[in-house]
Design a protein around this ligand. Structure first.
Ligand SMILES: Cc1cc2nc3c(=O)[nH]c(=O)nc-3n(C[C@H](O)[C@H](O)[C@H](O)COP(=O)(O)OP(=O)(O)OC[C@H]3O[C@@H](n4cnc5c(N)ncnc54)[C@H](O)[C@@H]3O)c2cc1C
Length: 455
């Protein structure tokens, strides 16, 4: 044996790096194995690069439209190289931050690709490390659509966020959070964008009312939206990609497939170690992340329904606490908050109106336009809406849905309300600071009983 640890974490993304720190806090002797960069895909190739570029898109769009705010910016333009450098610098800085946290917590990193031995220990290169418990946190990889391969001008989401040039025309297949964010950024940079979704609405996981607003704003931003038809007949050339969608065809500089991802379990040796998979390729776990091999836990994109960084981190905390035998409780997957950083942003938690009805709830709805609040006008939140889905019997908040410029920050109080089992009655009496867009939450709660003040 090369060395032995109480816990070995495989993968240093938001699931793995947080799990390792929590294990160290609990006094465990812990190591992380990472074959690439600290911070995983989230910090280096996904969430953070996307948000860095979206931030520039926001500033660019605001600078161009700021004359009526009294800010006259002339010759506003995009410096693609500078933006690429900043994107890389932000990721590098955060990745170094993760390494510093590991150092601070005296967590060694083992560089290389890890697999499990049949005994549930960890093999990296020629070394085998004995582990009291193993946390699998190896994330997920992009999947192309059937019959199409990534390469050249057919790119995955990372390819779309790291293009060598600002494209004139791009098509994005898949209008979930990642695809919609790409469309939203490029449209604001002036690129012609086609956003194609096979299902019947963009942001298919979101409440219909919210998705409709985003669709309207996207169209105003010049994004062509196609729903209900797949992309077919893809022909990749040297300088463009041709394809058909429904009864239309297009030729674009780049085709981005943001359709789906699959758990990255390939090299792990799961079967030999007695770790079973679900039918969809994710790892079978109990609510604490424990796999069918009791010594092995799995977290993040490897497990459960959603693929989100904050989900991965929290599952990491719970898994190491369980492995360490300290008191813990499972992550409430029903309260897993979604955040999409388009313009406008979208955030949601709990059930959509349709899902609540389908689950047999009698529902009451409270809606408030953010523009109705003073802050909506001050901060130019023209299209924002807060929608609450309430159980008619006791007033429990079943779901909260927000579209607006700061939706991803606003949703946190609704997650807290739901986690603390608060009802709309409590929300409608909680004072919110003025002037803030959060006042729309207060009025949405009041709107359930028809007394929103700013409606
Ligand atoms: C474009 C895009 C934007 C996104 N934006 C957001 C967002 O804004 N908010 C959000 O919450 N989520 C977002 N996500 C989802 C988020 O990126 C994932 O849910 C998150 O990265 C999952 O974390 P993880 O720790 O499970 O795995 P990852 O971040 O994928 O990290 C896994 C790590 O394991 C390493 N690894 C894999 N196999 C091995 C092995 N055998 N040995 C050693 N190391 C290994 C990899 O190198 C990698 O570093 C986005 C995803 C995409 C694609």
């Amino acid at each position: 044996m090369a060395d032995s640890f109480d816990t070995i974490v495989i993968g240093g993304g938001p699931g793995g790096y947080v799990a390792a720190i929590r294990a160290a806090q609990l006094g465990r002797k812990v190591a992380v194995v990472e074959r690439d960069k600290a911070g995983g895909r989230c910090l280096n190739y996904a969430c953070i690069p996307a948000k860095t570029i979206l931030r520039t898109a926001e500033i660019y769009a605001e600078a161009k439209g700021s004359a009526d705010l009294g800010v006259v910016a002339k010759d506003v333009s995009i410096d693609w190289d500078a933006l690429g450098k900043r994107r890389a610098a932000v990721s590098d800085s955060l990745s170094s931050g993760v390494k510093m946290l590991w150092d601070k917590n005296k967590i060694p990193t083992i560089e290389g690709e890890a697999s499990l031995t049949p005994e549930g220990n960890v093999k990296v290169g020629d070394g085998v490390y004995e582990a009291g418990s193993v946390i699998l946190a190896t994330g997920s990889v992009a999947l192309p659509i059937p019959g199409v391969e990534f390469g050249g001008r057919i790119v995955d989401t990372w390819g779309a966020w790291s293009l060598p040039e600002l494209p004139k025309k791009i098509a994005v297949v898949g209008a979930g959070a990642s695809g919609s964010e790409i469309a939203s950024a490029y449209a604001r940079f002036g690129t012609e964008v086609i956003l194609i979704e096979m299902l019947d609405q963009i942001l298919p996981a979101e409440d219909k009312d919210i998705a409709k607003i985003v669709e309207r704003v996207f169209k105003k931003q010049g994004i062509e939206i196609s729903t209900g038809a797949p992309v077919e007949n893809v022909e990749a050339g040297k300088s463009s990609v041709k394809f058909t969608y429904g009864d239309k065809s297009a030729e674009v500089d780049y085709l981005c497939i943001a359709g789906g991802r699959v758990a990255d379990t390939g090299p792990l040796g799961l079967r030999e170690a007695g770790v079973e998979l679900e039918e969809n390729g994710k790892i079978k776990v109990d609510p604490y992340g424990q796999t069918t091999n009791p010594k092995v836990f799995a977290i993040g994109d490897l497990v459960n329904r959603k693929a989100l960084a904050h989900k991965a981190s929290e599952e990491g905390v719970v898994a190491v606490e369980k492995a360490a035998g300290v008191e813990t409780h499972p992550v409430d997957q029903e309260l897993m908050v979604g955040a999409t950083f388009t313009h406008p942003q979208v955030a949601s938690v709990g059930l959509t109106e349709a899902a609540a009805k389908e689950a047999g709830h009698e529902v009451k709805i409270g809606k408030q336009k953010i523009a109705g609040e003073g802050a909506g006008t001050v901060y130019d939140d023209k299209d924002g809406l807060v929608k609450l889905v309430i159980d008619a019997k006791y007033g429990e908040v079943l779901g909260a849905h927000i579209v607006g410029n700061r939706a991803c920050d606003m949703i946190a109080e609704l997650v807290a309300t739901m986690a603390l089992e608060g009802g709309y009655q409590e929300l409608s009496r909680i004072v919110h600071p003025h002037p803030t867009v959060s006042e729309a939450v207060l009025d949405a709660a009041r709107a359930v009983d028809g007394w929103a003040i700013h409606a």
